[in-house]
Design a protein around this ligand. Structure first.
Ligand SMILES: CCCCCCC/C=C/C(=O)SCCNC(=O)CCNC(=O)[C@H](O)C(C)(C)COP(=O)(O)OP(=O)(O)OC[C@H]1O[C@@H](n2cnc3c(N)ncnc32)[C@H](O)[C@@H]1OP(=O)(O)O
Ligand SMILES: NC(=O)C1=CN([C@@H]2O[C@H](COP(=O)(O)OP(=O)(O)OC[C@H]3O[C@@H](n4cnc5c(N)ncnc54)[C@H](OP(=O)(O)O)[C@@H]3O)[C@@H](O)[C@H]2O)C=CC1
Length: 278
């Protein structure tokens, strides 16, 4: 689909790159010639993904970093820049769970806002500051959600955080455009991953998420990875401040939370009691 070497000589940081969509993007970027840095909280998850990629000859480094911690993010970026500047930052790490919003504690709200909003902001500010100081061009790709368009009941902190990162994308496209820094985003629909399924698809919801998709199927990870590859490449060099929706038309039917409006308080309490851990 792409010319070989589309991402050659690109150094790319993917937050949450050890699993799910982050790992899928890592694999595709590596195939296209990029060198990668993957970060996340779990060293063993990062190592396993990195070893798989290295077995195909890719250049991959891993750094354990909790993006909720601004000092940890700065230390990670210092470590990266000591070797060479990044060319691309992918804000992919995020967290969510379904819950009745009026029952969220402040700690629960922060559990979602901290990685999804603050983490993306710390990474973007840190990379952007270094690009500007070094007069280096850069690209920030953020993985968002169609909740930025529809809103979404029962995942309100996630919808708030993703919408805020979209606002950052549009705002910094203007502020940092003259410094040759592009900011772009993808709003995926349903792309099943272990993390998303554990948090969003407990027993009691429709078994097949494809039921709601006008195109009749969920997304394939390679489809998202290919879109991401295009958006961070020079082929998309005149695109900034934009979010591309990739959801098979799903958000045009609704937010995806409509079934949860029919859950009883008892169902919510049972879900809360047995909540998914990942
Ligand atoms: C068309 C469909 C499109 C769908 C698009 C969806 C868009 C977004 C998708 C995604 O983001 S998918 C990625 C999902 N992956 C992850 O979430 C991975 C990262 N996850 C985590 O780090 C953790 O799982 C978590 C989300 C932070 C929760 O971890 P944990 O349960 O261990 O939290 P704690 O730190 O123990 O608790 C914090 C706080 O939160 C309260 N809480 C936890 N779960 C719930 C719940 N289900 N309902 C209400 N409250 C919950 C917990 O009780 C703590 O609060 P306090 O009790 O201390 O007040
Ligand atoms: N899959 C889907 O259908 C959809 C996904 N998305 C978005 O796609 C992105 C990837 O999601 P997906 O792959 O499904 O889910 P995963 O749960 O697999 O990915 C989340 C990744 O983020 C990392 N992460 C979480 N918290 C932190 C933290 N505090 N610091 C550093 N890393 C962290 C996790 O690693 P670790 O736990 O080791 O830290 C994990 O690798 C997210 O932004 C999500 O919101 C959006 C719409 C739909």
């Amino acid at each position: 689909m792409f010319e070989a070497g589309l991402l050659a000589n690109r150094r790319i940081l993917i937050t949450g790159g050890g699993s799910g969509l982050g790992a899928a993007m890592a694999a595709r970027f590596a195939e296209l010639g990029a060198s990668l840095v993957l970060c996340g909280r779990r060293a063993e998850v990062l190592q396993e993904t990195a070893e798989q990629l290295r077995s195909h000859g890719s250049q991959v480094d891993t750094i354990v970093c909790d993006v909720r911690d601004p000092q940890a993010v700065e230390a990670m970026l210092d470590e990266i820049w000591r070797v060479a500047p990044l060319d691309v930052l992918v804000n992919n790490a995020a967290a969510t769970f379904i819950a009745q919003t009026e029952r969220l504690s402040a700690r629960a709200a922060d559990a979602i806002l901290a990685p999804t909003l603050h983490g993306a902001m710390y990474c973007t500010l840190g990379a952007g500051r270094r690009w500007i100081d070094g007069e280096h061009a850069g690209v920030v790709l953020s993985i968002l959600s169609t909740s930025t368009i529809t809103g979404r009941a029962f995942t309100v902190p996630s919808a708030m955080a993703k919408s805020a990162v979209l606002a950052m994308t549009k705002s910094l496209a203007v502020e940092w455009g003259p410094k040759q820094i592009r900011l772009v985003a993808i709003a995926p629909g349903a792309f099943p991953t272990a993390g998303a399924t554990a948090q969003l698809r407990p027993d009691g919801r429709s078994a097949d998420p494809a039921d709601r998709v006008p195109l009749g199927r969920v997304g394939r990870h390679d489809e998202l990875a290919n879109l991401a590859s295009f958006l961070i490449s020079d082929q998309a060099g005149y695109i900034t401040g934009e979010m591309v929706v990739q959801d098979g038309g799903t958000h045009l039917r609704g937010s995806g939370a409509e079934d949860l409006l029919r859950w009883s308080d008892q169902q919510w309490s049972a879900h809360r009691a047995g909540r998914a851990k990942s």
